[in-house]
Design a binder for this molecule. Structure first.
Ligand code: DC
Length: 220
């Protein structure tokens, strides 16, 4: 029988890499809900639809087509997977994802992914709002400094410009936005296993998650 695993947590806690690897080890699909919010934010900003204009937002959201493929996100048939991974889109996604009209428009698309088999979904409210009945829920976090260091090293390793202090400030700013917003603020979902990865390697975090899921599959 198919099942859902959720991983929520703040920006840069390593959720994506850990969730991707855990999905591979468990032989299930990975659902990156942040990519959906990023894609929508990019398209709304490009269409110059202000976050304050609820009517225009609703109209645009009803017309936009988002498609998820294995490693890519398509908006109206355009692959935006590369374009959504920039500091500008970090900020735009944080703003647009705070709007109830945006969140409710994207809820069905996320929940539909369960129809295609077992998934490990990663985001900010996947264990609380999107998949409240998930088989196993995790809340993955790390200190802002540990997260900033990881993001810094990641950008450097890709040959991109990076400034640690700027990254740290941006992470704190986004944490603030994501946890204080009125709609779906970042919280630890009920029943979630809390995992602080500040002093853990990625291998350790992946193993922890895969072990807990396998335990839940054999005992429940
Ligand atoms: O995980 P990420 O950095 O790719 O997420 C991008 C933005 O989208 C971030 O500001 C939080 C938001 N988001 C959200 O509100 N709900 C989700 N389930 C996933 C992401």
């Amino acid at each position: 029988m198919s099942y859902v695993v959720t991983i929520d947590g703040p920006a840069g806690a390593g959720k994506s890499s850990v969730a991707k690897r855990a999905a591979r080890e468990l032989g299930i699909k990975y659902l990156d809900t942040g990519a959906i919010y990023r894609a929508i934010a990019l398209i709304l900003a490009k269409s110059e639809i202000s976050p304050d204009n609820e009517e225009f937002l609703r109209e645009a959201l009803s017309e936009v087509r988002i498609e998820l493929r294995d490693n890519s996100v398509l908006v109206n048939d355009f692959d935006v997977s590369g374009e959504i991974r920039t500091p500008e889109v970090d900020e735009l996604a944080s703003v647009y994802s705070a709007l109830p009209v945006v969140r409710s428009a994207l809820l069905g698309l996320q929940q539909d992914q369960e129809k295609y088999g077992s998934i490990i979904a990663e985001g900010r409210d996947v264990g609380s709002v999107v998949f409240p009945d998930a088989k196993v829920k995790f809340f993955l976090t790390a200190s802002p400094e540990a997260r900033a260091k990881r993001r810094y090293l990641e950008r450097i390793s890709k040959g991109k410009d990076a400034n640690y202090d700027e990254i740290l400030a941006a992470i704190k700013h986004r944490d603030d936005n994501d946890s204080k917003r009125k709609t779906a603020p970042l919280t630890v979902p009920e029943g979630a296993i809390y995992l602080d990865t500040s002093d853990m390697t990625e291998d350790e975090a992946v193993k922890f998650i895969v072990d807990r899921v396998n335990e839940a599959l054999t005992t429940k």
